[in-house]
Each structure stands twice: as structure tokens, then as C-alpha cells.
Write a protein that binds this ligand. Structure first.
Ligand code: SF4
Ligand code: MG
Length: 315
């Protein structure tokens, strides 16, 4: 049984611009111990998908099953048990750290909510996790503004780990950090995954960030997954023109395959183009693409692509 399984998930909003189809029919599976990367441009629906999976946002349609339990319609009270097992790490942890509370209090709060041990036990758990994420012991008595961006992300990770979750949704956890700090935080996430037996749904707009540690990569465009493969296959044999364009933006002297970087703007999720939703920016688009939506279909075992021409040679 997969840890998380999502089918035909839709999250639509009413907006002044019309119906906004942020998530528009996504299937997704995360197995135990797996890191699944969800990659796409900003505005493609990745964060909404991450939040919907955690039921921080209500889905319009579809099904979310966590550890065999259908949580799609679960009420807030019953969701509390699930929430212990599924945590989220955000791009900017500072925004979610109360500036008037010391780190020790901030980290203790979820333990209080979930009635995890007495005061001494909670303090011990907080001290343990602070050490595990590489923060100095005296951090607990300091305030959020006293920490650097990288240290704040360590605090965000500590908070996510405190309730012994099984799945963590990481939403652009390193995008706001300097390159050298990015590597440190990614290494920490990898180490924590091993130590606690975690699974990750890792959201990023940057394919190069997930290249060295994702097991599987799902490429998202305008609310839908357009390509899904294990990490190595995606890099050696990308089939969707959108995936190839994203790769072209990643500097890599050893790669022989060249594609033009992506031109044009992402259309609005309230005005999704008919046919293949990528056709307005696709260099290979034909009349068929403008009228008929391609099926998301297997091109090899474990490798799925939504493109009419996914079987054609790429070089
Ligand atoms: Fe491009 Fe057509 Fe494939 Fe869509 S179906 S990605 S428009 S070639
Ligand atoms: Mg986002």
C-alpha cells in the first residue's frame, strides 16, 4: 500500500477572472521511503497541490488516500491525527515563526497541541531535535530575528520533525537561500530522511535542485502532470518538450542534448489553452495539438508522458 495516493485531484477557485483551475486532474503516488519531486514553473499549481494533499486547502474533486485511509472529506477534528503524520516545510519559515516567541516555545507548541508528554519530556524532545538539525543548544532561548535564513530553515525542519511524521511536503525549502546554504539544507533533509525513515514530496521550480536526491520526478504544467519518470530516466530520456525546455535552462557542459529554453509566458490557470495545454509555447505544436488533449500514457515502464509525439526520436 503506498503511503500517499492521489487520484484525479482538482482544486478550482472562483476568481474575478473566472474559474481558476490551479490543480486540474492530478494522479500521484508516494511510496514509503521515497522522495518524489514535483517540478514546474512558478504558478503551475505545485504549491496548491501540496496544500491540497495536506488538506490545508479543500479539493474540488478527486481522492486523497493516506496510509489506506481516504482523507478527502475528513473533518478537521479527525484530520488532526493525520496532521501529525504529514508535515510541511515552507520556502520562508520566518513568515510562520512568531517573532515574539523564543524558538523553544515555538517548537514546543505542536507538542502541547498534540499532548505529547509532560513539560520536561517536551523540553527534552525539543533539545534533541535542535541538536539533530545542527543548531546550537542555546537557540531555544533566542528569537527568530536572531537567525540567518539557513538557520531559520533548520528551525522549520526541526518543527516539522517534532511530531515524528511519515511524510513531509517540502515547498521550495531552499529557493530563498544562497547556493552554498542550499547544499547544506538539502544535505540535512537527506540525512533526516534516513534517520527518521521519512518520505518527501519535494516541490521546486528548479530541476537542478532535485537532480541529486529525488527518486522520481513529476513535471507539472498548468495544473497537470505532463511527464513522470524515475530521476535517471528523466535526465537521460526526457520526452515532453516542456521537460526538455526546463532542462535546457540547467547549465550542464556534459549534456549533449540541446533544446531551446522556454519562451513565452505561462498562460493563466483561468484561461487554460484547449487541446494540449502546452501548445501555445511548444516548438513542435501541430493542428492536432491545438484541438486534442494528449493522454498521459506510458512510453516505457514507469515513464509516463502527456504529448502526442512522445514516441518520436528526440535527436
Ligand atoms: Fe507540444 Fe503537441 Fe506534445 Fe503538446 S502534444 S507538448 S503541443 S508536441
Ligand atoms: Mg509556490
Amino acid at each position: 500500500m503506498p503511503l500517499l495516493s492521489v487520484s484525479d485531484l482538482k482544486t478550482h477557485y472562483k476568481s474575478r477572472d473566472g474559474l481558476l483551475r490551479a490543480v486540474d486532474g492530478v494522479d500521484l503516488v508516494v511510496e514509503r521511503g521515497e522522495t518524489v519531486a514535483l517540478v514546474g514553473e512558478s504558478g503551475c499549481g505545485k504549491s496548491t497541490l501540496g496544500k491540497t494533499v495536506l488538506r490545508l486547502v479543500d479539493p474540488t474533486d478527486g481522492r486523497i488516500v493516506f496510509k489506506g485511509e481516504d482523507i478527502t472529506m475528513l473533518d478537521q477534528r479527525r484530520l488532526r491525527t493525520v496532521r501529525k503524520s504529514v508535515q510541511m516545510i515552507f520556502q520562508d519559515p520566518f513568515a510562520s515563526l512568531n517573532p515574539r516567541h523564543a524558538i523553544g516555545e515555538i517548537l514546543e507548541a505542536p507538542l502541547v497541541v498534540h499532548k505529547a508528554g509532560d513539560r520536561a519530556e517536551r523540553r527534552r524532545r525539543v533539545a534533541d531535535i535542535v541538536a539533530k538539525v545542527g543548531l546550537p543548544a542555546d537557540s531555544v532561548s533566542r528569537y527568530p530575528h536572531e537567525f540567518s535564513g539557513g538557520q531559520r530553515q533548520r528551525i522549520g525542519i526541526a518543527r516539522a520533525l517534532l511530531l515524528n511524521p511519515e511524510l513531509i511536503v517540502c515547498d521550495e525549502p531552499v529557493s530563498a537561500l544562497d547556493l552554498s546554504i542550499q547544499a547544506q539544507i538539502l544535505n540535512l533533509l537527506v540525512a533526516m530522511k534516513k534517520e527518521f525513515g521519512l518520505s518527501y514530496l519535494f516541490i521546486s521550480h528548479d530541476l537542478s535542485v532535485v537532480r541529486y536526491f529525488a527518486d522520481r520526478v513529476m513535471v507539472m504544467y498548468l495544473g497537470r502532470i505532463v511527464e513522470s519518470a524515475d530521476n535517471a530516466t528523466l535526465w537521460s530520456d526526457p520526452r515532453h518538450p516542456y521537460t526538455r525546455a526546463m532542462m535546457a535552462a540547467v547549465p550542464d557542459p556534459s549534456r549533449r542534448r540541446h533544446a531551446a529554453p522556454l519562451g513565452g509566458d505561462l498562460p493563466s490557470p483561468s484561461h487554460i489553452p484547449p487541446g494540449c495545454r502546452f501548445h501555445t509555447r511548444c516548438p513542435l505544436a501541430t493542428n492536432l495539438c491545438r484541438t486534442q488533449e494528449p493522454e498521459f500514457r506510458p512510453v516505457a515502464p514507469g515513464h509516463h508522458v502527456a504529448c502526442h509525439f512522445a514516441d518520436e526520436p528526440t535527436e
